[in-house]
Ligand binder design. Structure first.
Ligand SMILES: C[S@@+](CC[C@H](N)C(=O)[O-])C[C@H]1O[C@@H](n2cnc3c(N)ncnc32)[C@H](O)[C@@H]1O
Length: 215
């Protein structure tokens, strides 16, 4: 999927290189605190094996690592070579953490099964067809009873959103993000084979941490 006006999820080299700094600026400095809180809520456990689809610069890998410990395993997959390089550098020396380059909407080059699949701020940037492919990939790689954890924009009517949110979604994000905010994610997840939904809302309800189990 090439970057069009509709999607910005395939980051430009500039954005990829300065991704963390840009996020800190656009979130007015709250992003580090927010990510720490969310990872705590996601309930990663010692020994968990975790697959992170669209793993970015490894920000979440560093946080998840503390919960899964040395007995756990983390695999991140991302398309951006620049992001994968940054992530590898960040997690250098941790043998149970690895990053792979690849397209998460295509067949994954993995055969192992995971306790948890994490997808953070990725799905909103894809077409609905590709979102379903990504979620199906997550389903395939989860062991039965394994958990899918999605962090992304919540279902909201952007017309009624706060002016700052309207600006961020309509001017900074891509049109696909607003479309994502209109879909019933739980219904999509249920049809693919997930249940036991649990959710936590953040940032005045505009962001949702959705957690569910592979049936
Ligand atoms: C908004 S960033 C989120 C990064 C990270 N999950 C986080 O929350 O910090 C979206 C990520 O998806 C990656 N990405 C975009 N298209 C992709 C694709 N087709 N396959 C794999 N990764 C992709 C980008 O390179 C980027 O790292």
């Amino acid at each position: 999927m090439k970057n069009t006006k509709e999607t910005k999820v395939e980051l430009t080299p500039f954005v990829a290189k300065h991704y963390n700094a840009l996020l800190n600026i656009f979130s007015f400095g709250i992003y580090p605190h927010f990510t720490t809180k969310v990872v705590k809520e996601a309930n990663f456990r010692k020994g968990d094996s975790v697959l992170d689809l669209g793993s970015g610069t490894g920000r979440f890998a560093c946080l998840i690592r503390k919960y899964i410990g040395e007995e756990g395993k983390y695999v991140g997959v991302d398309l951006s070579r620049i992001m994968v390089q940054q992530a590898r550098k960040r997690c250098e020396g941790f043998k149970n953490i690895r990053f792979l380059s690849g397209r998460i909407e295509k067949e994954l080059s993995l055969t192992e099964y995971f306790d948890k699949v994490f997808i953070s701020f990725v799905l909103h940037g894809f077409t609905q067809e590709n979102r379903i492919k990504i979620i199906k990939n997550a389903y395939k790689r989860l062991r039965t009873g394994g958990k899918l954890i999605i962090l992304d924009y919540a279902e909201r009517d952007v017309d009624r959103a706060l002016p700052i949110v309207k600006f961020l979604i309509r001017k900074v994000e891509c049109p696909l993000a607003e479309k994502f905010m209109r879909i019933n994610l739980k219904e999509v997840l249920f049809k693919i084979g997930f249940s036991d939904f649990r959710e936590k809302f953040h940032l005045k309800g505009y962001v949702r941490l959705e957690m569910c189990k592979k049936r």
